[in-house]
Design a protein around this ligand. Structure first.
Ligand SMILES: Nc1nc2c(ncn2[C@@H]2O[C@H](COP(=O)(O)OP(=O)(O)OP(=O)(O)O)[C@@H](O)[C@H]2O)c(=O)[nH]1
Ligand SMILES: C=C(OP(=O)(O)O)C(=O)O
Length: 239
């Protein structure tokens, strides 16, 4: 079963608005978190590829450097639309602005990646780029689940921090406030009773100052991983 992770990344200059002044350099934090997430995903044995959907040149460069395929996001109309573009690319559908790279390298021409049928995903894992403590072992365990729809709720139990979809287009992503209930309803409407998986390090996404404080606490308790984010947070404290 070919499984591809899909990581939407917003332009860094517009990222993490809800952090406000909780961190001085939000673009740098966004970049560090994305790189840490990509490094964790690269260590997951059951992942066959990673697709980063972004208009951010720095994110695209980081992604290609880590062997991911990059799909351009010309509209930046939100996480769900970006994730849907990634799903289309994972299914080998024409996606303008795609570019090959790394493990998903396909024949790229005029910005369209033509993934051979053999490269098409049977399953996708939709993850955000703001959970830098992501633990590859936890992701590997998550990928052991076989339900058509697996929802990983956020730490409040009302949002969604990850979706595991098999087939990739079993339902459309609908991220945003209250998305856990929305995704549960969409799964049921698609005839797939949702499986719910709590994944500690996927629950440490950084949106608000409270989330950042929770991440700092978690990184103090759990050594290893989030190398770039740790360094940036330590610098901010030392400054
Ligand atoms: N490609 C792309 N990714 C997006 C877009 N909006 C959000 N994302 C990504 O989706 C994931 C979750 O998004 P949010 O938690 O809303 O991140 P954010 O938009 O930087 O945070 P806020 O500015 O506080 O809303 C992150 O990896 C974002 O980078 C978008 O329009 N396009
Ligand atoms: C994207 C979501 O929330 P946030 O923007 O807070 O990460 C969500 O829970 O679907």
């Amino acid at each position: 079963m070919r499984t591809v992770a899909i990581l939407p990344v917003k332009s860094f200059g517009r990222a993490k608005q809800r952090l406000g002044h909780a961190f001085p350099d939000r673009p740098a934090l966004a970049a560090a978190m994305v790189a840490d997430v990509l490094e964790a995903l690269a260590a997951v044995p059951s992942l066959d590829g990673v697709i980063v959907v972004t208009a951010e040149p720095i994110a695209a460069e980081i992604a290609r450097g880590m062997g991911a395929q990059v799909v351009h996001d010309p509209d930046e109309t939100g996480q769900s639309d970006a994730a849907a573009r990634g799903v289309a690319a994972a299914l080998g559908r024409d996606v303008a602005g795609a570019s090959a790279g790394g493990t998903n390298a396909g024949a790229a021409r005029d910005g369209v990646v033509l993934d051979p049928a053999a490269a098409r995903a049977d399953r996708v894992l939709l993850v955000p780029g703001d959970c830098p403590a992501l633990d590859p072992d936890e992701v590997e365990a998550l990928l052991g689940r076989r339900a058509p729809v697996v929802i990983v709720p956020d730490r409040h139990g009302t949002g969604t921090n990850a979706l595991l979809l098999s087939p990739p287009d079993v339902m459309a992503p609908a991220f945003g406030e209250g998305s856990f209930e929305r995704h549960s309803g969409l799964a049921s409407a698609a005839g797939a009773e949702p499986d719910v998986a709590d994944v500690r390090t996927l629950g440490l996404d950084v949106d608000t100052p409270d989330d950042l404080a929770a991440l700092r606490r978690a990184l103090e308790i759990h050594p290893g991983g989030a190398v770039r984010t740790r360094a940036l947070l330590d610098q901010a404290i030392a400054a």
